[in-house]
Ligand binder design. Structure first.
Ligand SMILES: *Cc1c(COP(=O)(O)O)cnc(C)c1O
Length: 395
């Protein structure tokens, strides 16, 4: 598939626009604060797991926010190669960025809706807007009238999240006169679950019931309802198209349940200095950690500017092989300090790598130590890592 070939590029081949000799490139990789490895085969496998889980429901791929921070031009072709033909982004700009990297037979939908005066651009590029309000419906209908064409769109109904989609009142206005719907080609009616990460939450069933009530009134349209969590709930939640995001990237679709997805991301950070300090020594900004005994410390070259939240201060850990190395002191912008006393002296030295996400510590574990969710960790990882994309589709 040519889209995947054209998307292939050497990582970090320039610095400030200057092309570098190979040796310099190796040195720059060695100088990066960490290595972010993205397993492209795991992305394809995760898509297939979801497609299998959902069949006969179709599985879309949500690739908003630069494919959850992992690089849309490298990630999207993997889902396309695995059979995905429905892609969701948040913004029209993201849709246009995505388009060259997938086949022309794939549909691209814009979740955040349609901004006034962007209707023509959207239609010219065959991007499908999600219409979230009556105003957006009318704007799209006007364009359909002008172009004398039933342009495709999705219609979102708010079933209880109060974020996007037609309110109850707007739905009633629409139902009083549905001629506006007949001017366009509504591909799916969609809604979004607010609590699908917890199957037991009664809001799930309430939203499903709400959706079923709406469908009594608008029976002729296919439906797209579930995100990752909903994709692992009972079939009633699946309808015609599901919109998983986080599960594709290896995140757990539901909390308190084993994660059925393959890990996609691993993150290693480089040691930039080691030291031994006496008992009663302050570590890091604000002196928030005080050593109790003589302590060996490694400073690693990643910080909150690399997406490791400041909430990890004195919280969570890195790993070296099986050894847990607690984070001590505050997370700085460009570095974190680890207590490495559990390792034999000299194990870690300048340039050594420790694991932040990988075999010993899952993305979910790091996120929970940081008081956040996997989504926020992935989308925050930042641009300073050496990014290694492995297991690409064979050329
Ligand atoms: C982000 C998003 C998704 C994907 O959700 P995950 O929890 O990542 O699976 C699906 N639908 C909508 C409307 C979204 O905003």
């Amino acid at each position: 598939m040519s889209a995947s070939l054209s998307s292939r590029k050497t990582d970090c081949e320039t610095v400030s626009g200057k092309t570098l000799a190979n040796g310099a490139q190796t040195a720059i990789n060695l100088a990066a604060g960490g290595i972010l490895t993205i397993d492209l085969a795991a992305l394809r496998t995760n898509y297939k797991i979801l497609a299998e889980q959902l069949r006969p429901t179709r599985a879309a791929a949500v690739v908003k926010a630069n494919a959850y921070g992992l690089g849309i031009e490298r990630v999207a072709p993997q889902f396309y190669a695995a059979g995905c033909r429905d892609f969701f982004v948040a913004h029209l700009g993201e849709a246009l960025d995505l388009q060259p990297h997938i086949g022309k037979d794939a549909a691209i939908y814009v979740l955040n809706g349609l901004q006034p005066q962007t209707e023509s651009l959207c239609a010219d590029h065959h991007i499908v807007p999600v219409l979230n309000s009556f105003e957006q419906l009318q704007n799209w209908a006007n364009l359909c009238k002008m172009r004398k064409r039933k342009l495709p769109a999705l219609l979102q109904i708010d079933t209880g999240m109060s974020r996007l989609g037609l309110s109850e009142a707007e739905l009633n206005t629409l139902l009083a006169d549905i001629s506006v719907l007949n001017m366009m080609d509504i591909k799916f009616i969609i809604s979004h679950l607010a609590c699908a990460d917890n199957e037991q939450n009664p809001q799930n069933r309430a939203q499903l019931q709400h959706m079923q009530n709406v469908l009594q009134l608008l029976p002729d349209y296919p439906v797209a309802f579930s995100n990752s969590g909903g994709s692992f709930m009972e079939n009633a939640y699946h309808f015609d198209l599901a919109r998983p995001g986080i599960a594709l990237y290896g995140g757990a679709p539901q909390e308190n349940k084993p994660n059925p997805m393959q890990p996609v991301v691993s993150l290693q950070a480089r040691v930039i200095q080691c030291r031994s300090v006496a008992a009663g020594t302050a570590v890091g900004y604000g002196g928030s950690y005080m050593t109790q005994t003589e302590t060996r410390i490694a400073t690693i070259a990643v910080g909150y500017a690399d997406g490791l939240p400041r909430h990890l201060s004195n919280q969570g850990a890195a790993f070296y092989k099986n050894t847990r190395l607690p984070i001590i002191g505050r997370v700085s912008m460009d570095s974190i300090t680890l207590d490495i006393s559990a390792l034999p002296d000299g194990t870690l030295k300048l340039g050594s790598l420790v694991e932040l996400i990988g075999k010993h510590q899952s993305l979910e574990q790091l996120a929970s130590d940081a008081g956040t969710i996997s989504y926020e960790i992935l989308t925050g990882l930042g641009q300073r890592y050496q990014r290694n994309y492995i297991n690409d589709i064979p050329a």
